[in-house]
Design a protein around this ligand. Structure first.
Ligand code: IPD
Length: 269
């Protein structure tokens, strides 16, 4: 039988804490680029791989019948799970920040039941800040329930976004930012999508959008944001996905959505 979300979250938190500790230790020992993926700027370090391996092993021990989708190794293990549970892991979201020791990178781990994210944890590797959520159970950081920003004026909104690794895509994304920035308080490109969503969950940025997110970037942080009251969708009523993810408080959603639609934020390569 499928355990309730709270039970899945307990497992996720335990696994994510151990994973973050490993990532922190490996960073202190010194890291370098182990390989590049889609482009030369899309790096992977030995820590990305070691941390994901640790997460896969820990989950296999506790939940042998679950499937896992992971950024570095998980695809092969992502076949249908007899248990109905699938874990989605980004061992280090914000790999470039990790490489440069900028304290804005995280372990992201979520549990899906029948394709719906029901529990998620995002843990900052450097600061130990930890965001959690369960479907219907709210979003939390360190024992405090989170609510998103109550800002209503798009012109006063601090909007976080991110860029993909493909050069053509980034040029398009930069053009969208150039057009958007006169109409908002400011833009932040902080460097880790999962954390951007968690910051939006507590109003430390007002909203967030990005094209090209992978499932592991979105799963846990997306639940945290939604449970804190943000609308998390794609363009024109589509579900959030690789085309575009917009996370905005209800009052800011429509104006931000419409501007991003006008700017063709989901277009380009
Ligand atoms: C990246 C970060 C970045 C976002 C990219 C992601 P990674 O994840 O979340 O902020 O803009 O779209 O790919 O590669 O560091 O795990």
């Amino acid at each position: 039988s499928v355990p309730p979300p709270a039970e899945l979250l307990e497992i996720a938190v335990e696994v994510a804490r151990d994973a973050a500790a490993t990532a922190y230790r490996m960073r202190a020992e010194g890291v370098s680029v182990a390989a590049t993926k889609s482009t030369v700027t899309d790096v992977v370090t030995a820590a990305d791989r070691a941390v994901e391996r640790q997460v896969l092993d820990a989950l296999a021990k506790q939940r042998p019948d679950d499937a896992v989708l992971g950024e570095e190794y998980g695809a092969a293990e992502a076949a249908a799970a007899p248990s109905g549970v699938r874990w989605v892991v980004d061992p280090i979201d914000g790999t470039v920040n990790y490489l440069y020791a900028i304290p804005y990178c995280a372990v992201s781990l979520a549990a899906e039941v029948d394709g719906e994210v029901v529990a998620g944890v995002v843990r900052n590797i450097f600061t130990g800040e930890e965001w959690t959520a369960t479907a219907g159970g709210g979003a939390w950081r360190d024992g405090r329930r989170l609510r998103c920003s109550t800002e209503t004026d798009p012109g006063q909104a601090l909007v976080a976004t991110g860029f993909g690794y493909d050069p053509g895509r980034r040029s398009h994304q930069a053009r969208v930012v150039a057009e958007l920035i006169p109409h908002v308080r400011d833009i932040r490109r902080l460097g880790a999508a999962a954390l951007d969503l968690c910051l939006a969950a507590e109003g430390r940025v007002d909203a967030y959008y990005e094209k090209g997110l992978a499932a592991w970037d979105l799963a846990a942080g997306g639940l945290v944001a939604a449970e804190a009251g943000l609308r998390v969708t794609g363009l024109r009523g589509r579900p959030p996905g690789p085309d575009l993810v917009i996370a905005a408080p209800p009052a800011l959603f429509q104006p931000l959505h419409d501007r991003l639609a006008d700017l063709d934020a989901s277009g380009g390569p």
